[in-house]
Ligand binder design. Structure first.
Ligand SMILES: *Cc1c(COP(=O)(O)O)cnc(C)c1O
Length: 423
């Protein structure tokens, strides 16, 4: 199945019915599963057999989505999570203990930045931020023997920086260190991080993968391409887990994914709900189609904004003069998604006037939806950040984040045109 092209995987991967079963996965709305014999149950608890026994650990509907996204990414194992944030938290919890550290791009989603800079330090996990444009040498200077992973986004939300995969992959390889990528805004349709050196991919499925603003969710995909065994950086993967009768995760084919589910999904309960998995599964059927349309629309909108007299600048890496155009051509050859940001000639008040004048495009705390939407990050998602942190995150006071949807591009451009006359 995994040899098929992404368009095919979107509608065919993840679930295969047997004779007489439903064509698409059913919503398995059950907390628990029946077994007639004790040995079968015992084997499941010991991870010696595969099967479902309690929906806090695994569920058939969630599994269908996990398998679909794992196939699309070319990974070996998926873990459906309650949200994108829980996917990132569970990833960090699976790898880090107090005293460890994470090396992370500073241009990341506001929620992830908060998790890494405020919440995880309270548990003794330090985060060291690097500028996306920094040299490999600078990146290396942040790494020590307690560093557990390097984290960055394929397309940074909302700074629209394109990740320099080769630079980070080379450093991680040299230090036998995990490279973790948040691929939310690119989706596996536009970029497949495992082919570019990443070892674990995380998603907020809330965005393009669902695509209809209907279900919150997250996904962790294990690339199965990292050797934990004997790696001194990861003692937790090389010592027996007493809560599973001495299992050594580093010896398993799916080391990270198994540890994440067996320990952290078990202990936190942050698994995706069957209902949300079903909605997301359905939405993801059209992911490839939607991404194609989204990219073509966004390219037209970005070109329009770039020429507009009331627009100071546009950040969209498909634009030929964009700072990240070269990286985009290399890593995102089929398009760079619907997210862009632009600066209105004026201040935060002018941004507000512009956004309130929009009739079709709506103001929302959301991106990467079928519908076009806008947001003013400095006064909303990133308002907790200090002035310096805003600069570090690449967010100015006049920055408007625009997520272009799948409407007709002429209608989107007409709405922007009329709203800009009010600035
Ligand atoms: C939205 C988002 C998240 C968080 O996802 P939720 O589903 O809202 O928890 C993480 N990373 C990126 C890049 C996002 O856009």
């Amino acid at each position: 199945m995994n040899d098929y092209k992404p368009e095919t995987l979107c509608v065919q991967a993840g679930y295969k019915p047997k004779n007489g079963e439903s064509r698409i996965p059913q919503i398995c709305q059950s907390t628990t599963f029946y077994y007639g014999d004790t040995q079968n149950m015992a084997d499941l608890f010991d991870l010696k057999a595969e099967g479902f026994f309690y929906s806090r650990l695994a569920n058939p509907t969630v599994e269908a989505l996990e398998k679909k996204i794992a196939a699309l990414e070319g990974g070996v194992y998926g873990l459906g999570c309650a949200s994108g944030m829980s996917a990132i938290l569970l990833t960090a919890m699976t790898l880090c203990e107090a005293g460890d550290n994470i090396v992370c791009a500073s241009e990341i989603y506001g929620g992830s930045f908060n998790l890494f800079s405020v919440t995880l330090p309270k548990f003794g996990i330090e985060c060291r931020f690097f500028d996306a444009d920094c040299s490999a040498k600078k990146l290396e200077s942040l790494i020590d023997e307690r560093t557990k992973f390097v984290f960055a986004e394929t397309i940074a939300n909302p700074a629209i920086v394109v990740l320099d995969f080769d630079k980070i992959a080379a450093v991680c390889k040299k230090h036998e260190l995990l490279f973790i990528v948040d691929n939310t805004l690119a989706t596996p349709i536009l970029c497949r991080p495992f082919t570019l050196g990443a070892n674990i991919v995380v998603h907020s499925t809330t965005k393009y993968i669902d695509g209809h603003a209907a279900a919150l969710g997250g996904m962790i995909i294990d690339g199965g391409n990292f050797n934990f065994k004997g790696n001194k950086r990861y003692p937790a993967f090389n010592t027996p887990d007493e809560s599973y009768h001495g299992l050594v995760y580093g010896e398993l084919a799916v080391a990270f994914g198994t540890k994440c589910r067996a320990q952290m999904i078990r202990d936190t309960g942050a698994i995706m709900s069957p209902q949300n998995a079903f909605i997301t599964y359905l939405g993801s059927d059209t992911l490839a189609l939607r991404m194609e349309r989204t990219c073509r629309n966004a390219e037209r909108v970005a070109a329009f904004l770039a020429k507009h007299p009331k627009v100071e600048w546009v950040k969209y890496s498909a634009l030929p003069n964009d700072k990240y155009h070269k990286l985009a051509k290399k890593y995102l050859p089929n398009g760079t998604g619907g997210m862009m940001s632009f600066g209105i000639k004026g201040n935060a008040k002018d941004c507000a006037r512009f956004m309130e004048s929009l009739k079709l495009i709506t103001q929302e705390t959301h991106v990467a939806d079928a519908r076009s939407c806008v947001l003013h990050p400095a006064s909303t998602t990133h308002r907790q950040l200090s002035e310096q942190q805003l600069i570090d995150a690449g967010i100015s006071a006049n920055l408007v984040r625009l997520s272009v949807g799948i409407e007709n591009a002429d209608d989107i451009i007409a709405d922007l045109t009329q709203a800009l006359t009010n600035v």
